[in-house]
Structure formats: structure tokens, C-alpha cells
Design a protein. Structure first.
Length: 108
């Protein structure tokens, strides 16, 4: 169950990065709404991370949480914000994913 909470926390981390990107691109009232979305996503992400670390090792939980956020944010950048998908970005993104999966398998 705590692994599910940790994955959800990572997805909300991607959510707050997305809202931050949209805040940067918007103006006026919509900018404020994206900022509120950022704060809500950030709060939920931190709460879920806190809950997950009640039973998971902090080093593993934090690494997986940031990894999910990093991978998700890079993918959002590529697919939503039209950032370049160069060979080296994809290569290092793949190594990050392999590392996250490896941490899950070697954790208790």
C-alpha cells in the first residue's frame, strides 16, 4: 500500500511541476489558478510522501519520489511543452527509470 502512496506522491510532484510550467506561460487570473493548483499538488505530494515514509526507508522513498517526478516532468516537457527529445535526454531518462525500478526491487 505504501508503494502505491509513494507512486501517487510522485505523480502529484509531476502535477505541481506541470502547474508551475503553466503558471509561467499564463497571465492574469489563469496564472493565479495554476499557482493554486501548484500549491494543492505540492501539499498532496508532500502528505503522501510523508505517509509512505512511515514504513518505507526514507532514502529509498525519497529517491523514488524524486525519480518519478523527474521522469514525469521530462516527459511532460517533451510531450506538452515541446522540449527537444534528444538521444542523450532519452538515454539518461532510461537510466533513471532503470535505477528507480532497481531501488524498488532491492528495498525491503
Amino acid at each position: 500500500m505504501n508503494w502505491i502512496l509513494l507512486i501517487l506522491a510522485g505523480l502529484f510532484e509531476v502535477g505541481f511541476a506541470f502547474c508551475l510550467g503553466k503558471t509561467k506561460m499564463s497571465t492574469g487570473g489563469s496564472s493565479n489558478l495554476w499557482f493554486i493548483g501548484f500549491l494543492v499538488s505540492l501539499s498532496i505530494s508532500m502528505l503522501l510522501l510523508y505517509k509512505a515514509t512511515q514504513t518505507l526507508p526514507i532514502g529509498t522513498a525519497y529517491s523514488v519520489w524524486t525519480g518519478i517526478g523527474a521522469v514525469g516532468t521530462v516527459l511532460l516537457g517533451i510531450f506538452i511543452f515541446k522540449e527537444p527529445a534528444t538521444f542523450w535526454r532519452i538515454f539518461f531518462l532510461s537510466t533513471l527509470i532503470i535505477s528507480i525500478v532497481g531501488l524498488k526491487f532491492v528495498s525491503e
